[in-house]
Design a protein around this ligand. Structure first.
Ligand code: DGL
Length: 272
């Protein structure tokens, strides 16, 4: 029996964890934030793959049966290789899932104009993973415009989610992507850190443009996955416990994560 592991470069994956724990509270969870090495967004394919693989191995060693890579950059650059290349050797009974596919599945129900924008890190944008997944699922029916927002993750990691500096950078990228395609009616927050900037993002959105946040969709897809895979569901322990691991200072992590989740968080330090 094992927990569900969630992994992100830092605090962003908490936005996914928050929705998962609400929908599926009975399971045990272990959250791992690699805050010491965040952000991942500007790092090379090889580095993101290496860091993500280390995190997955760590969560498997913590006895997780299922790991959700709650990070778009890592899902874009490392998930496929880990699933096809590493998983057979790491643990034949364990599984690793990402966040891009559940997000893309939700897009079709949201856009009316069939023109969408995706905001993400440089790594996610340059990987082409959203365009590929959208083309696979919808053929050529949905027009995608991508926008990299390199400073948004550092703002969140440094707990600078309000104030003039954050507002400036949020406004700049929203204006830019909406000018690139005036028919966009849906903006996907294609980075799990971005919902922590929701208040500012919504302030700068014109009427008629909706925001798609990933958390609820990833949570619903996970519920569906567990329904379709009873062999995995039965391997998950159901004590309702939560553990939080970070590669950085536990004090700061506990404070920021606790504030975001609205509960006391006792971070534990770990080394990858
Ligand atoms: N939360 C990660 C994502 O969804 C942020 C990546 C980063 O560390 O730059 O892409």
């Amino acid at each position: 029996m094992g927990a569900i592991g969630l992994f992100d470069s830092g605090y962003g994956g908490l936005t996914i964890f928050d929705r998962i724990r609400r929908l599926l509270p009975i399971y045990d969870y272990i959250y791992l934030g690699d805050n010491a090495r965040a952000p991942y967004g500007g790092r090379s394919f090889e580095t993101v793959y290496r860091f993500t693989r280390e995190a997955v191995i760590h969560l498997f060693a913590e006895n997780c049966s299922l790991v959700i890579i709650a990070c778009n950059t890592a899902s874009s650059k490392a998930l496929r290789t880990i699933q096809t290349h590493d998983l057979p050797g790491l643990g034949s009974e364990q599984r690793v899932l990402g966040v891009i596919r559940p997000t893309v599945e939700a897009i079709g129900n949201m856009t009316v104009t069939k023109h969408i924008g995706v905001l993400g890190t440089e790594g996610t944008v340059s990987s082409g993973s959203y365009e590929m997944e959208i083309a696979k699922m919808y053929g050529g029916q949905i027009q995608v415009t991508m926008e990299a927002c390199p400073l948004w993750v550092p703002l969140v990691e440094n707990n600078e989610t309000s104030g003039k500096g954050a507002a400036f950078f949020v406004h700049r990228h929203i204006k830019h992507i909406l000018a690139a395609d005036k028919k966009i009616d849906t903006l996907v927050l294609g980075c799990t850190h971005y919902p922590l900037l929701t208040r500012l993002i919504e302030q700068h959105l014109p009427k008629g443009v909706n925001v798609l946040s990933q958390g609820e969709h990833v949570a619903e897809r996970l519920q569906d996955y567990l329904y379709r895979h009873p062999e995995m569901e039965q391997r998950l322990s159901k004590g309702g416990s939560r553990r939080f691991l970070t590669t950085e200072s536990t004090g700061r992590f506990s404070e920021v994560a606790g504030r975001f989740l609205g509960e006391t968080v006792q971070g534990e330090w770990c080394e990858l």
